[in-house]
Design a binder for this molecule. Structure first.
Ligand code: D5M
Ligand code: FE
Ligand code: ZN
Length: 522
């Protein structure tokens, strides 16, 4: 169903509908059914249907939209795997206290795909598509910022430059919201930024002496949408910034999920690479099957309902120069065949979700669609393939999956953000409400009509991979997880000093969102 189809249905039924509501319906995996559900349940007094009238949770509770029901299996025996619990208690549960004799049977693990570019890609990379793409980003993020600014806006950035406001009452505090098009340092060490909106561009200056502001400004990267308030210089050509306003997450209260059980988050398996850690991976598969004599692990295994893979399922071919010397499986289809073999060994009651990364066999430009049918066909029925990024609802818990290529850009641009501490980059994504702002750097961006990297609706969990280091952190009640890797350090990573933390998997309790890291390295 496209936008016009959705609009037509609602108009014929006598309703108006907001563009955001149309977007949400179009990006849903079952738009027709969702439209029928909204029309059936809408309060008759509503004239204009908006996001608040779309009850996705109620919709996903309907039996017809659940993708599959799965029966629990698993018999317990032998050993392997260990529980790591040296993380902060606020997100770490002590698994050894788990009740190994509990007999939970999760027969139903529904997944709703709330947002995914797959089958909705329209772009061919023309100039006007880029204009539309950046306008979409600007309008959605500036709307969030606008509500947080009191100062009078400069009417038009072009006008701002021309206006001579010297000595007038107008010389008070003013504001601009713009996309950052240039970041420079002046000869005196101040930061000078050029910001753009649809009317033109304007220069803003952050003085080195304003220490907190200057530190905040050092986190800004190109193409982010940010608000500034401050005073204009006498000639009206420059703003001296007094406050930086980010689209940052609201201070929401933590959402108590109505669901139970556990989700395992992983990524960067790199099947086919000669540094793929097959033995720990085998131990992990044994654990999923309850094949362990560690009681705490056995108890966790019984509760697993979901397994999420955030990209780099295989190592691929031709991804970097000389890769052929570091492959154990040379053909990419054979790599996926091996992957499918492994995933067929995951108990069928566990619902698996797989999204692609930069090593997978889909287009490199992001957003990436899900893996093609020729590859999907070998995988078992309990796998749902989605694009990168995508948003999935796991029985009431919303997870934003993004492989995380933009972390390379953030590590390069933002002081304090490193590969060793990947969740710091994910905090930046949340503060700027954007997964991958900078165009023309490491991430190649496909200019779709809608900027799929804008973080509009706030997820419960942001799950990334790519950097091969595990990290768990809370930011304003959103759980940020980087899920590590199953690949040992490569020659290339040695050269660029990337030190992976392989064979570790975060396990999230869906009721509390508390997270445990399981280690399978010995
Ligand atoms: O990326 C695995 C890790 O290696 C990730 O932390 C980035 C780093 N990496 C990968 N390619 C490069 C280049 N070209 N320069 C610097 N760092 C890089 P993966 O996607 O698994 O290869
Ligand atoms: Fe990777
Ligand atoms: Zn990657």
């Amino acid at each position: 169903m496209n936008e016009i189809d959705v609009l037509t249905v609602f108009i014929e039924e006598g309703y108006q509908i907001s563009p955001e509501a149309v977007d949400l319906i179009c990006s849903h995996c079952s738009p027709k059914e969702l439209v029928a559900y909204i029309l059936e349940n809408i309060d008759l007094s509503v004239l204009v249907i908006d996001l608040e009238h779309i009850n996705l949770e109620g919709f996903s509770d309907m039996p017809s939209v659940r993708e599959e029901t799965f029966k629990s299996s698993s018999g317990l025996s032998s050993q392997n795997g260990s529980v790591k619990n040296d993380y902060d208690n606020s997100y770490q549960i002590l698994s050894s206290s788990a009740d190994a004799s509990s007999n939970i049977c999760y027969s139903n693990s529904p997944v709703s795909v709330l947002s995914d570019i797959t089958d909705n890609s329209t772009c061919v990379g023309e100039y006007m598509e880029f204009v539309q793409f950046f306008r979409n980003r600007y309008s959605r993020i500036s709307d969030i910022i606008r509500g947080r600014i009191n100062a009078r806006p400069i009417e038009s950035l072009k006008m701002g430059k021309r206006a001579n406001l010297r000595g007038t009452k107008e010389a008070g505090e003013v504001s601009v919201i713009g996309m950052i098009s240039e970041i420079k340092s002046t000869s005196n060490g101040h930061k000078m930024l050029e910001v753009e909106d649809p009317t033109g561009s304007f220069s803003v200056l952050i003085r080195m002496a304003d220490k907190d502001l200057y530190e905040q400004a050092s986190h800004l990267v190109l193409d982010e949408v940010v608000g500034f308030t401050g005073k204009l210089t006498n000639d009206g050509k420059l703003m001296i910034v007094q406050k930086i306003i980010l689209p940052d997450l609201p201070n929401t209260t933590i959402k108590k999920s109505r669901t139970t059980g556990k989700a395992i988050l992983t990524s960067d398996i790199h099947i086919g690479s000669s540094t793929f850690l097959e033995e720990p991976w085998e131990r992990f598969l044994d654990f999923l099957n309850g094949d362990t004599d560690n009681e705490a692990l056995a108890a966790i295994a019984k509760e697993v309902r979901y397994l999420l893979v955030a990209g780099d399922l295989v190592d691929g071919v031709g991804i970097y120069p000389g890769q052929e010397h570091e492959l154990s499986i040379l053909d990419v289809y054979d790599q996926y065949k091996k992957a499918a073999e492994y995933f067929r060994r995951v108990p069928s009651h566990i619902h698996i979700i797989i999204s692609p990364g930069n090593h997978d066999a889909v287009r490199q430009a992001e957003p990436q669609p899900k893996l093609p049918e020729i590859i999907r066909a070998d995988f078992p029925e309990n796998v749902t393939f989605v694009g990168n990024p995508s948003i999935v609802d796991l029985d009431g818990v919303k997870v934003l999956l993004y492989h995380g290529r933009s972390i390379d850009d953030l590590v390069a641009a933002v002081p304090g953000v490193s590969y060793a501490d990947p969740t710091k980059a994910m905090v930046e994504m949340m503060k700027f409400r954007h997964l991958s702002p900078t165009y023309g750097s490491r991430v190649s961006i496909a200019p779709e009509k809608k900027d799929h990297f804008v973080i509009g609706n706030v997820p419960d969990i942001l799950h990334c991979g790519h950097v091969h280091t595990v990290g768990v952190e809370w930011y304003k009640n959103v759980l940020l997880i980087n899920s590590g890797t199953w690949q040992d350090q490569t020659e290339f990573q040695k050269r660029v000093n990337v030190v992976p933390t392989p064979s570790q998997v975060p396990v999230v309790d869906l009721a509390t969102l508390k997270t445990t890291i399981l280690k399978f390295d010995e």
